[in-house]
Design a protein around this ligand. Structure first.
Ligand code: SR1
Ligand code: MG
Length: 406
């Protein structure tokens, strides 16, 4: 069982039996492969006798969403298990517990979170998560501050940057988010109904400059250890609890990239409400609740990050230079807005889409949601370098809905 190969369900059960501290009995175990993401196998193993359960996540040597023609490093399993351990240390209770990592089989055995729901599905179904903004802002403030040059020893940070070099997964992001949507690429995927919009993306020079500048920061700015793919499919949720999963895209990059991912995916759901709510009033009300969450995510992140800075900053210059903190936070806000826009655009015309939009069954409603997402996304990208408040994101989203309804 030790040489790398994709596991069968029976092999996954055998591995689970080795974890006596989690599954103590010897009785029959149930196993189901439940991976519905783009890249990995995920085995859900339960012991009916004790009620105990666990997850075995195994990296495949290619991207499942494309097939074997897109080889992908197994090292992402190491990145993921190490990132989860760093994140558990900094944001306890907000990530699944890691029980075991096996480098040969590229698998991580971790806490089963099936009492939670994937947040993307929860939002589609109209769920309410009053603690989400508090939880995710704590997760981001803690993990991003304490892995940055502000919150850790700067020599150790350089070694941490080395440990989280993640070239292949970063290349996926560089291509799918910052390149393909703005050119004619065989990776792109969009419906005929919006081919005018897709074509316009390839000729919009103002947009191209902004995306190129955001891409440059993604390529070069080792600001903090990012989750790297913090969309609502990477979050398990209940009204009381939030767990961030799947940091296999983790690397040292610009802080706004993670915050932008959260906001983009809330806005994609915002754009999709007409497909999921059964009246205009219900859609309007849910949209308002999403905008409230977005405002809170930023405001609480900003307040928590500044508090950590004021109480725990290890960098003398950052602590003592007047105006530096305000400038730093403004740059994070601007990056957040720019990356949020990029992440909206890529989910409409790029390779990997989101269920919020794609699963809308009515083609005309789906098209409206796609156009709305592109309008919001492009506006955010174009405003990123001048933006100064989260309210501008809210205004952009509201104005896009208002002009789409005229
Ligand atoms: C080929 S992987 C496509 C996408 O899935 C992941 O969740 C990332 O968002 C990636 O861009
Ligand atoms: Mg993922």
């Amino acid at each position: 069982l030790t040489a790398y190969h994709p596991l069968t369900e029976n092999e996954a059960v055998e591995i689970a039996r080795g974890l006596k501290e989690i599954i103590p009995g010897d009785g029959p175990l149930n196993c189901r492969e439940i991976g519905d993401g783009n890249l990995n196998l995920v085995f859900h193993i339960t012991d009916p006798a004790s009620g105990r359960s666990l997850i075995i996540k195994q990296a495949l040597p290619y991207a499942k969403v494309v097939g074997e023609s897109m080889p992908l490093t197994l090292d992402r399993a190491r990145i993921e298990s190490e990132a989860l351990k760093v994140q558990e240390g900094l944001a306890p209770g907000l990530v699944p517990k890691v029980y075991h990592y096996d480098p040969d089989l590229a698998l991580t055995i971790m806490e089963d979170l099936s009492d939670h729901m994937i947040m993307r599905r929860g939002l589609i179904e109209g769920g309410h998560y009053p603690l989400f903004a508090d939880h995710i802002s704590t997760f981001m403030a803690q993990t991003l501050f304490f892995t940055s040059d502000l919150g850790m020893n700067q020599q150790e940070k350089k070694l941490r940057v080395r440990d989280f070099i993640n070239p292949e997964l970063c290349k996926i992001t560089e291509d799918l988010i910052f390149d393909d949507p703005y050119t004619v690429s065989s990776s792109n995927s969009f419906e005929d109904a919006i081919k005018d919009e897709a074509a316009a993306l390839t000729t919009d020079r103002e947009l191209h400059l902004e995306v190129a500048l955001l891409r440059e920061k993604f390529l070069t700015q080792a600001q903090a250890l990012l989750h790297g793919d913090l969309h609502t499919g990477s979050i398990f949720i209940t009204p009381q609890s939030t767990k961030v999963i799947d940091p296999e895209f983790g690397y040292y990059g610009p802080i706004g990239f993670d915050i932008g991912a959260v906001i983009a995916n809330l806005l994609l759901n915002y754009a999709a409400r007409e497909g999921w709510d059964n009246s205009d009033e219900a859609a309007q009300s849910y949209r308002e609740s999403l905008l409230h969450i977005i405002t809170e995510v930023w405001n609480q992140f900003d307040a928590k990050f500044r508090k950590l800075w004021n109480e725990h900053c290890m960098d003398r210059i950052a602590l003592s230079t007047a105006g530096y903190q305000d400038d730093y936070m403004l740059r994070i806000l601007r990056d957040t807005i720019g990356y949020a826009g990029c992440k909206m655009v890529r989910r409409i015309v790029g390779l990997a889409h989101v269920a919020d939009i794609d699963k809308i069954s009515d083609a005309a409603v789906r098209e409206r949601a796609q156009r709305l997402s592109l309008t919001i996304g492009k506006t955010l990208i174009k405003m990123n370098r001048e933006a100064s408040s989260i309210e501008q994101v809210i205004d952009t989203a509201q104005a896009a809905v208002a002009s789409a309804s005229v």
